[in-house]
Design a protein around this ligand. Sequence first.
Ligand SMILES: [Zn+2]
Length: 286
Amino acid sequence: MREVSFRGDGFELPLLQSDVIPAGFRHGFTTRLGGVSEGVFASLNLGGRWGDDPARLAENQRRFRAATGSEAVHFATQVHGRAVAAVSAGDVPAATAGRQADALVAAQAGTCVGVYVADCVPIVVADARTGACAAVHAGWRGTVAGVLGETLAHLVATCGARVEDLRVAIGPSIGPCCFEVGPEVVAAVEESDPGARAEGAIVAKAPRDHVDLWVLNQRQALSFGVPPAAVDVARLCTSCDPTRFFSYRRDHGKTGQMAAFISCFVSPVISPAISPVISYPGAGGP
Ligand SMILES: [Zn+2]
């Protein structure tokens, strides 16, 4: 993933972008940089539920909307499940916010969908042929529930996507270095993905195992049939980098929220080419 800087009216907002997402889409993963919040919310906190100053939050959201290029960015109420909700051009964000879903799909040009994260895995998906796209929120529960696979299935069944045209970018989240879990999480992972341990998604460590959510979601995309070169994993751990990222676990819940977004602003998107081809190291942590 590359870092770009969006320059707006009196501010600069860094965004991480993936080379597998075609140019006809506008997308990005925010970091904690580029906003006006202070203290544990410094500086680009985009979440309104954890006690940040409303005026600062509003300015952060204004900057974020500017960076997305969309006046209306749709977010659902995220519930750590596998439900996928479709957003249409005529929908209003307030209505979308009232829907419980961990993935939002948009199939009309200009419709922007997003997810909030602070350790959970943000994933954006683009269908290079039809221009449909999706934003996915996958913590361990959503990952185990198969929310990414559900999203890809929705894109194929409802938007006419072909698996070979799908592009999947897996953004910064808590990594296998820091995601220590209890035996109940390990059991749930192994039940949902029997190959998880052999493929390095469960890392044996004392006193407790660690789980690699990046590998699990990568495996979900590959098992669905997405070409390996079309799945990009940022491999950036939110917990390891307090300068760039909020982390719910590292900061014991006293933290802000980042966002990922994607919209298709060209319709139809014509080029299904992947450029450049991304390789990834596979299992294991940094
Ligand atoms: Zn880490």
